[in-house]
Design a binder for this molecule. Structure first.
Ligand SMILES: Nc1ncnc2c1ncn2[C@@H]1O[C@H](COP(=O)(O)OP(=O)(O)OP(=O)(O)O)[C@@H](O)[C@H]1O
Length: 299
């Protein structure tokens, strides 16, 4: 289990992470989403003892990471796949990590196989690996100690579509066997496919969290009118809270019935009216993080 409570990190006057709290339970995959610079990596680094919080706490299995007696046996961490020693082979990297963690070296071939690094690839120097191969090796390192918790920052970076599909299966299987996964990703469709719960962060603060289905269901109403300006005025006058969505539409925090009625009362011609969650996670993400830098975040 992961518990993050009122976690805050300031660099100078502005908080990179601002009073963030969430839980990740056993048996679930939690998708951690946010635009560039939202504070995802900083939160994960604090969770893994790499960055000291200004205030608040983060624990794995009930303890701060730095107090875990053998952290690799409790939590598998993949924060930066390019941080591996380039002069060693993948196999050597894993053998060394196994010795450090007190894991039986016999586990190494099985873990290599699990992440899809074949014996030829495993003997090559990491310096010659593609980013996708480094991600697989990073995942192998994370899984080596048979932890119950995985913390993965952008693990799909550099993976091809087949690799992304494979990783989705691996994470789902890990959670279905009772593991806990916290996963940050820019690939919203992948997160949508694998996550049970979502934590959405923007400008260092949690803007939404909860079950994926529940968040998608409560995403409000997407409405478009022939005259967008008149629509905004009408929604304002009706006291309906609206955010400009993608492509000139508005996402309104109200049921379609209330939005349609307000438009009809004002004699507006609507070209679209539907639950916003029908647009999936991408639409929800854009709505929740509107105003923050989302340009690079949606792929
Ligand atoms: N060591 C540091 N010193 C100063 N500012 C930092 C440092 N690390 C992060 N920041 C700032 O904190 C904010 C959050 O950064 P962070 O890397 O956590 O965001 P992110 O959500 O992981 O973004 P991305 O998706 O682009 O990786 C950014 O404004 C960033 O510039």
């Amino acid at each position: 289990m992961i518990a993050v409570d009122h976690l805050t990190k300031r660099y100078g006057p502005h908080p990179a992470v601002d009073d963030v709290s969430f839980r990740c339970e056993a048996g679930t995959v939690t998708g951690f989403l946010g635009p560039n610079g939202a504070g995802k990596s900083t939160t994960m680094r604090m969770l893994c003892g790499l960055t000291r919080p200004t205030s608040g706490t983060a624990t794995v299995a009930g303890r701060p990471y730095r107090e875990l007696p053998n952290p690799g046996r409790e939590v598998g961490v993949l924060l930066d796949a390019s941080a591996q020693h380039v002069g060693r082979s993948g196999r050597e990297t894993l053998f060394l990590a196994a010795r450090t963690m007190g894991v039986d070296a016999d586990r190494v071939p099985a873990v290599l196989d699990r992440v899809g690094l074949n014996p030829v690839a495993a003997k090559r120097r990491v310096g010659a690996y593609s980013l996708g191969m480094r991600q697989r090796l990073g995942l192998a390192l994370a899984l080596l100690g048979e932890p119950r918790v995985l913390v993965l920052d952008e693990p799909a970076n550099g993976l091809d579509p087949e690799g992304i599909f494979w990783m989705r299966g691996l994470l789902r299987d890990f959670a279905d066997r009772g593991g806990t996964v916290l996963l940050s990703s820019h690939l919203l469709r992948e997160v949508e496919a694998v996550a049970d719960r979502l934590v959405v962060i923007g400008g260092g603060r949690v803007v939404a969290q909860g079950g994926k289905d529940e968040l998608l269901a409560g995403a409000g109403t997407l409405v478009r009118a022939r005259d967008p300006h008149a629509l905004r005025l009408t929604l304002d006058r009706a006291g309906l809270d609206a955010t400009a969505g993608a492509d000139g539409g508005c996402v309104v925090r109200a049921e379609p019935d209330a939005v349609g009625q307000a438009a009809a009362d004002a004699g507006l011609v609507l070209t679209e009216l539907r639950p916003a969650g029908g647009g999936g996670l991408e639409q929800l993400f854009l709505t929740l993080t509107a105003g923050a830098s989302t340009k690079e975040a949606v792929q």
